[in-house]
Design a protein around this ligand. Structure first.
Ligand SMILES: [Zn+2]
Length: 274
């Protein structure tokens, strides 16, 4: 997948630059230690600075999975076909998800919903409505675990499969798209996703609509300012704890009107990456 953000990996020979740099840093540290032997090891301060630098850089790869440091996270599709993908996290919810579905229907737009397994079990009828309207479903974990990226690959696998089973019980589909809770992805997250046979989906445009204080005008402005051909846009159709209405719902008509004006078509993530 071509990428402006460094997640490019067309084949085994095309290693993302972020991962190459990590390998280079690790190799340099090993060579440094080897060359020091049998002389005294580098000073404590030098070692601490080197270790801290490597730790910070390694953490960046978790916080920004689009970098491709630990695996392939799809952040957007190919440019050139005037298509973008709107994605909605943290649902389903009987009121707010239905509001999103109504707006999408009015604009004949398609989207992808990354759902939480425990909410799927509570509202299976909403999952059926999402699918019946022609939208795609993806997995967002069973619970919304904030320390998900620190969990083992077996935990990740369990969360994905449990949510897939809930979705299958609701509507018969078994999604193969996965967006980790919070959006961070460690090597364990990538390994768990690989074991489950799902693709990790990141984003190229973040609306920051998941905060109670977010305003619809600012969400729309932020999305439209960064929107480009092939973009994957991160939005929410429900609050994590269902305790407020995400601002993106009020912002959605403005976003969809602008898409029409710019001659973009809103498609599912599967279609965008196909
Ligand atoms: Zn979420």
């Amino acid at each position: 997948m071509a990428s402006r953000s460094g997640s490019r990996r067309a084949g085994n020979a095309d290693v993302p630059s972020a991962r190459l740099f990590l390998w280079l840093c690790s190799l340099s540290a090993l060579v440094w230690c080897a060359l020091s032997f049998p002389r005294p090891l580098p000073g404590t301060l030098e070692l601490a600075v080197a270790f801290l630098g490597l730790a910070l850089y390694s953490t960046l790869g978790v916080l920004w999975p689009q970098s491709g440091m630990y695996g392939l996270a799809h952040a957007h599709g190919k440019a050139g076909s005037r298509r973008i993908a709107l994605t909605f996290d943290d649902g389903p919810h009987p009121v707010t998800t239905r509001a999103v579905l109504d707006i999408l229907r009015a604009y004949d737009a398609r989207a992808t919903f990354f759902v939480l397994g425990h909410k799927v079990e509570a509202h299976p009828e909403i999952v059926r409505e999402i699918r019946a309207a022609g939208h795609a479903l993806g997995v967002h974990g069973f619970e919304h675990e904030h320390l998900f990226s620190l969990r083992s690959s077996s935990y990740v696998l369990g969360q994905i499969e449990r949510t897939q089973r809930a979705i299958a019980a609701a509507c018969g589909a078994t999604p193969t798209l996965f967006r980790p809770p919070i959006g961070f992805a460690s090597p364990f997250t990538f390994r768990g996703a690989e074991r489950a046979g799902v693709k990790i989906i990141a984003w190229s445009v973040r609306s920051l609509d998941g905060l109670r204080s977010a305003s619809a005008a600012r969400v729309a402005e932020r999305v439209l300012r960064h929107l480009g051909d092939g973009a994957i846009v991160l939005l929410h159709d429900a609050a994590e704890h269902d305790d407020f209405t995400p601002a993106s719902i009020a912002a959605l008509p403005t976003i969809l009107n602008a898409l029409r004006e710019r001659d973009y078509r809103a498609v599912t993530v599967d279609e965008l990456l196909d």
